[in-house]
Design a protein around this ligand. Structure first.
Ligand SMILES: Nc1ccn([C@@H]2O[C@H](COP(=O)(O)OP(=O)(O)OP(=O)(O)O)[C@@H](O)[C@H]2O)c(=O)n1
Ligand SMILES: C[C@](O)(CO)[C@H](O)COP(=O)(O)O
Length: 224
């Protein structure tokens, strides 16, 4: 174990990076570069010094970019399937699942997650919702959604690996799919700790996000 000494056992970062980046429209998204560095390389750079190993799920037939300190496996058809495969590729006791598509990961968020996991077995970075929320119908305002108590869920998400494996296995057995891993745990009735996330942890999803990422990179690269 390298950076964190309050956890017993081995820790692995699992990075689902096998998506096709359809909404961004620039090919496999993990390989898209921002200020000369791929989204994947940026995500790995924060995590590698804080865990024992980094595992990445890549699109079939693609290899890791040179110099990325990780081990790669082929990903699946969905994010959930990619994480399922990653979970089977490590013996680690604690896993941090982090989207390659969230390239600006403050170290403090990782440390907070690693401190939270021993308490409940599951924790996620998340931010309280700051905007007014509304349900729309055919482009028109239908109902106001009270935002009190609502959080926007980010990654990383940290888990005892056995617990996350159990949650994934249950979901697979029932044909259930979720947009993230913490949701699979909560669905079984287990607690998930909400750890303060960070605005810079936004997910690069659309071309507009890529423009924002270019601007953040200018500051990030100059200060970290
Ligand atoms: N079959 C898949 C699909 C997604 N991911 C990963 O899950 C993360 C979040 O997914 P998303 O942002 O939706 O990425 P894409 O699936 O690539 O985007 P899109 O839905 O626009 O195609 C990304 O790091 C992506 O690479 C994955 O590992 N395997
Ligand atoms: C896992 C996630 O990033 C948490 O917010 C999100 O659910 C991924 O969603 P996507 O539609 O697969 O990008």
């Amino acid at each position: 174990m390298t950076g964190v000494c309050f956890l017993a056992g081995r820790t692995a970062a699992l990075i689902p990076a096998a998506g096709s980046g359809t909404r961004l429209g620039r090919g496999p998204k993990a390989f898209v570069e921002v200020a000369g560095k791929s989204l994947l390389a940026r995500s790995v750079a924060t995590l590698a010094p804080l865990v024992d190993e980094v595992l990445v799920a890549l699109p079939e037939g693609l290899a890791l970019p040179e110099g990325v300190p990780a081990r790669a496996i082929p990903g699946g058809e969905t994010r959930q399937e990619s994480v399922w495969r990653l979970l089977h590729a490590t013996p680690a006791d604690v896993v941090l699942v982090h989207d390659a598509a969230r390239p600006f990961l403050p170290e403090g968020v990782v440390q907070a997650l690693l401190e939270a996991v021993p308490e409940t077995g599951a924790a996620t970075a998340a931010l309280p919702v700051a905007d007014t929320l509304v349900r729309g119908e055919r482009g028109r305002w239908a109902d106001l959604v009270p935002r009190a108590g609502l959080w926007a869920v980010q990654t990383p998400q940290g888990f005892r690996r056995e617990l996350l494996l159990r949650a994934h296995a249950a979901a697979r057995a029932e044909g259930f799919s979720a947009t993230d891993d913490a949701g699979l745990i909560a669905r079984l009735g287990f607690p998930v700790t909400l750890v303060p996330g960070d605005a810079r942890l936004f997910k690069v999803t659309t071309p507009g996000d890529l423009a924002l990422a270019q601007a953040v990179a200018a500051v990030w690269d100059a200060t970290s």
